[in-house]
Design a protein around this ligand. Structure first.
Ligand code: ADP
Length: 656
């Protein structure tokens, strides 16, 4: 049972559910796209900052080397200018070395101060060069000569003094007379630089690499590459091409020496070395990759929750619709059950009025008629309202005479207003068509509702009923307006007026019977006919209610028939059959007809009616609608299906 309800709810809300899912998927996709774009930017900024910081640290170390060379060169040139003897120069070199060993920013890097002055090798400290050592062949010497007085940074080499990897900065020295006195070199250990490169990482992922000017590996996590050329690492081909074209600062997608897809970032140091950061692709975007399933899962959970809520709401609505339907149908059948005896009571009371009654009996009878009439009105309102709510209110379209209807309503209104000593003014626009096509009964109900409200809520003065022709949006309308000089309606009550069971200004209206259904029914009926209702009211002065109904002009041929029918009266020798399953109703109908001198025959079921019509000729049949077994409609169908013009033309009037 529950499962089938879910199935029905899903089927009924198929489009909404599909839309919800599509909306969530689109939202998820937009979130992922937007957030991943944001995160990608963050990642790029982060990698850029890692590169900038690493580059700055390395540059600081290299600068320290150059500063040390510069300071040493100033001291040595000064000594040469003073003409310090050659044997004393070694003391100057040693003192310089000792100084560097004490300086905070240099001591960890510093290896030695040495040089070739006036063709003689001098070194600070006790190192004795090996036999055959020729300074003029050493890279620091050759490089400095090539750089002609500028500082030359050598590529890394194995230091002869310390036996460790080192590099040197060297330059040619000129004395005050501009004479070339030889080359001074300061060498530095590579270890602190290597440690720094090894510490480079991106959020603890990836690694740093360092290449010298000629693209030889200085630092790499795979030690076997150290000292080899970049071309020996085939996966770095793309990097090499970019560096050759001096392209820096862009991400490069490469396959690493381990075979992993990576992103590489490279930049150049001032001494011409290249520093690089290489991060596995997966880990670079890992946050983005992990975000997508998280967003998708969250979206999915919300989507399922929303769909679930939608389905449950729909089930609740279906239940309440079902309840409403059964309530409405219960109300309808109850009202019908009550209405039938009520009609009988009113009919009987009417019949009794004609008999010889004394004054008290007559008064009792009037009271019975009044109260049962009021009760019948209430029951009728409830029945109509439940029909409208259940969507079962259908209009019965026929040709009718508007002027006859107007006269009819006027005479009832005259009766109402006379009882309350109100003036009545009725006016119909003579240019209105006589014959209209529509539901006469419901048009009457609309006008009567407005008139009876006007009478109910007016204590002195006048009630006016006007029927006019009006045009709106190029369409013709019948405008019915009912104006009164009654109690009027407060502005704050305006919005509630057409809501069901709403009775406004209750204090003032105490003692006035009503259901609060009259105006809602009137509005719904006007809507159903394609019309509209509006009102104006001034509290304490009166109100005007206006209904516009589309003017459906009748077919002239049918109108002619109607005129002929309305002309013909119900003659005394006419043979009439009344069909109703309710014996009381039959008695009432017979009583009424007897007042006009007509003796009516009766049938208590559809079957009996057909039998009687088959065997005798009638001029008119009054047919009840709701009857057990064969109902009124089926009975009429069967009569019409009988062969012969008599059965096709026999006038049958529905009794309701
Ligand atoms: P009821 O059966 O109570 O008359 P209606 O739906 O016809 O219900 O009207 C709703 C309320 O609107 C009434 O209770 C009354 O307060 C107010 N009303 C309707 N018509 C008029 C009128 N002509 N003058 C003043 N008040 C009115």
């Amino acid at each position: 049972m529950q499962r089938s309800r879910y199935r029905d709810a899903i089927r009924a809300n198929y489009a909404e559910l599909l839309f919800t899912c599509a909306a969530f998927i689109a939202l998820g996709a937009v979130c992922c796209w937007y957030l991943s774009g944001m995160m990608r930017k963050q990642m790029d900024l982060y990698s850029e900052s890692v590169m900038t910081v690493s580059q700055a640290h390395l540059q600081a170390l290299i600068n320290a080397d150059e500063m040390a060379l510069h300071d040493s060169a100033v001291t040595v040139v000064e000594a040469l200018n003073y003409g310090v003897p050659r044997e004393k120069l070694k003391d100057v070199f040693t003192e310089l070395s000792n100084n560097f060993l004490e300086q905070r920013n240099v001591k960890e890097l510093f290896a030695a101060v040495y040089g070739s002055i006036d063709g003689q090798f001098i070194v600070g400290g006790d190192w004795i060069p090996p036999e055959g050592y020729d300074p003029a062949q050493r890279p620091w010497y050759v490089g400095a000569v090539r750089y002609k007085g500028l500082a030359y940074s050598s590529e890394p080499y194995k230091d002869l003094i310390t036996g460790e990897m080192a590099c040197s900065v060297s330059k040619v020295l000129f004395d005050k007379d501009g004479v070339d006195r030889g080359v001074l070199s300061v060498s530095f250990l590579l270890d602190p630089v290597l440690k720094l490169v090894q510490s480079i990482s991106f959020a603890e992922e990836g690694y740093g690499v360092l290449f010298d000017r000629s693209l030889r590996v200085i630092s790499h996590p795979d030690k076997s590459f150290i000292g080899r050329h970049m071309t020996d690492i085939p996966s770095y081909e793309k990097i090499r091409e970019n560096l050759a074209m001096n392209i820096f600062g862009t991400q490069l997608q490469i396959t690493d020496y381990t075979g992993e897809d990576c992103l590489a970032f490279f930049s150049r140091l001032r001494n011409g070395w290249y520093i690089g950061l290489i991060v596995p692709y997966d880990r670079y975007y890992s946050d983005i990759y992990s975000m997508i399933p998280t967003i998708s899962a969250t979206g999915l959970v919300f989507m399922v929750m929303l769909c679930f809520i939608l389905i449950n709401l729909s089930i609740a609505k279906m239940r309440s619709d079902e309840e409403n339907r059964s309530k409405s149908s219960f109300l309808a059948s109850m009202s019908h059950e009550i209405r039938t005896p009520m009609n009988a009571i009113i009919g009987m009371a009417d019949l009794m009025r004609t008999d010889n009654l004394d004054e008290t009996q007559r008064e009792y009878l009037v009271d019975i008629k009044k109260t049962s009439g009021a009760l019948l009105n209430i029951i009728n309102d409830i029945l109509d309202f439940s029909k409208i709510e259940a969507g079962k209110m259908a209009l019965v379209q026929t040709h009718y005479n508007l002027f006859t209807l107007f006269d009819n309503i006027r005479s009832i209104a005259e009766f109402f207003t006379a009882e309350k000593a109100l003036r009545l003014e009725c006016d119909i626009d003579e240019t209105l068509p006589r014959v209209l096509y529509g539901d006469e009964g419901r048009v009457r109900q609309i006008i009567m509702n407005l008139v009876s409200n006007a009478v109910k809520y007016t204590h002195k003065g006048q009630v006016s009923l006007r029927l006019r022709r009006t045009t709106k949006n190029e369409r013709d309308y019948l405008a019915v307006s009912v104006e009164d000089t009654g109690i009027g309606i407060k502005k704050e009550d305006f919005p509630r007026l057409f809501e069901s069971f709403e009775q406004v200004d209750k204090d003032k209206n105490r003692g006035i019977t009503g259901t609060g259904l009259g105006l809602p029914i009137t509005k719904r009926l006007a809507d159903l006919m394609g019309g509209e209702i509006f009102f104006e009211s001034e509290y304490g002065r009166g109100s005007v209610f206006t209904v516009l109904l589309p003017l459906e002009e009748g077919d002239p041929f049918k109108a002619d028939i109607l005129k002929r029918r309305t002309r013909c009266s119900v003659s005394q020798d006419a043979r009439i059959l009344v069909v109703d399953d309710n014996a009381l109703n039959l008695t009432v109908a017979q009583g009424f007809l007897a007042r006009h001198g007509v003796r009516a025959e009766t049938a208590v079921s559809g079957e009996e009616a057909i039998e009687k019509i088959y065997t005798a000729r009638y001029d008119l049949v009054f047919m009840d609608h709701m009857m057990p077994g064969m109902d009124g409609i089926e009975t009429v169908h069967r009569i019409r299906a009988l062969p012969g013009a008599y059965y096709a033309d026999l006038p049958i009037v529905a009794l309701s």
